[in-house]
Design a protein around this ligand. Structure first.
Ligand code: GN1
Ligand code: MG
Length: 377
């Protein structure tokens, strides 16, 4: 029996018309919203008979990515590099599948994007027979998510960082987020809502944490490399059979950076079993046993390129990137919700509280986290 044809949610046909401007290999049979991105608009495109998921169509948020053509140039440079690397795959991929989503070209000019008015669109291959998780179910998942990030880093560890453009200036540069926070506070004119005072105190108490990675980078202790930029748990695709990691998706933020941004971001999302959008933020905690499993998976592929100084900065990166995301959400709340998409006023504040509570939980378990990092060296 064939699958029922999914409804086209695109009643006006506008999305279908955009999708059909790409050379997808057949007529569009369905389009529906995909995922819960906070920045871009993402849709799943179905093709064929019976209709099957085939492409991911995205409107890139040009308020965030002001040079979307450079985002695509990075993506193409990344994909070409990994395709070459996979001609002789690392031994850790033996008996495994690893997918680099393809980049579709526009029919009209062969470019990997389409402008429609002021909207910038691109279409990428759908990773078949795989799923992403919103929450980690068990330590086997965590290990695979870590393996996926490690393999991603491994496959680009020899792509020179200067082959990629900086498409999002200041991204994961924590001191620049603190400057933005200070500016927004200064511009408020009035004293912020007293309900926020605990959040403001939280930030004040962590000013000395803020420059730790950037100082190590400036001193030449840590080195920039190509990174994913946004490897939160739902950007790691796991095989439907066997749960093995097969791909990382959401590649707009592939650009030069520190692997620590990625390690911190992956752990802050994967080891927060309640998720980043939970109303009961007081219940949020960081699960060290998931962290252990994830770092075990990461370390199984990353040992070939991590330096001793890299290991030295992993534990602090977990704390810093959780704090940084809380600071970004709080700043956006104070600025009037300009950056992250929100569903209601106060959404960014709640998200900030979740990340701050997670940071606290990481601080409470610092010694255990240090021990877990020491175990993968
Ligand atoms: C944004 O849109 P999404 O969910 O892929 C953000 C990440 C944050 C994340 C938090 C370009 O990613 O840095 O960690 O929200 N992406 C950008 O959920 O700012
Ligand atoms: Mg993203």
């Amino acid at each position: 029996m064939s699958d029922p044809v999914p409804p086209i949610v695109d009643a006006s046909g506008a999305l279908t018309a955009i999708a059909e401007r790409f050379d997808l290999g057949g007529p569009v049979r369905g389009i529906e919203p995909l995922g819960q991105g906070n920045v871009n608009d993402t849709y799943l495109v179905r093709l064929g008979e019976p209709a099957r998921p085939a492409a991911v169509l995205q409107r890139v948020n040009t308020g965030v990515f002001s040079s979307p053509e450079l985002v695509m140039a990075n993506l193409v440079a990344f994909s070409d590099h990994v395709a070459r690397r996979l001609l002789e795959p690392p031994r850790e991929l033996e008996g495994r599948r690893w997918v680099v989503p393809r980049v579709f070209q526009a029919r009209a000019d062969g470019r990997p994007w389409v402008w429609e008015g002021s909207s910038f669109w691109r279409a990428l291959g759908y990773v078949e027979r795989a799923q992403s998780l919103e929450r980690i179910g068990h330590s086997g998942h965590a290990r695979e998510v870590g393996f996926g990030l490690g393999m991603f880093h491994r496959l680009i560890s020899d792509l020179p960082a200067d082959h990629l453009a900086d498409t999002l200036e200041g991204f994961h540069i924590t001191p620049s987020y603190l400057r933005q926070f200070d500016q927004v506070i200064a511009q408020l004119g009035t004293s912020p809502d007293p309900e926020l005072s605990d959040c403001l105190t939280f930030v004040e108490q962590r000013r000395s944490l803020v420059p730790v990675l950037e100082q190590a980078k400036a001193a030449g202790i840590l080195r920039e490399r190509p990174i994913h930029g946004d490897p939160k748990i739902n950007n790691v695709m796991l095989d439907l059979e066997g749960d093995q990691a097969v791909a990382l998706v959401d590649l707009d933020t592939v650009k030069p950076g520190l692997v620590h941004y990625d390690i911190g971001d992956c752990l802050r999302s994967a080891c927060n079993p309640l998720g980043e959008d939970i109303a009961d933020w007081r219940a949020v905690h960081f699960d060290v046993s998931l962290c252990e499993a994830l770092l075990g998976g990461y370390g199984s592929v990353a040992s070939s390129f991590l330096t001793p100084a890299d290991y030295d900065h992993i534990a602090v990166a977990i704390r810093l990137i959780s704090f940084e995301l809380g600071l970004r959400f709080l700043t956006d709340h104070l600025a009037g919700d300009l950056y992250f998409k929100t569903r209601y006023r106060g959404h960014n504040l709640l998200r900030a509280r979740v990340q701050f509570r997670l940071t606290e939980s990481i601080e409470e378990q610092e010694a255990a986290i240090e021990a877990v990092v020491a175990a993968i060296r």
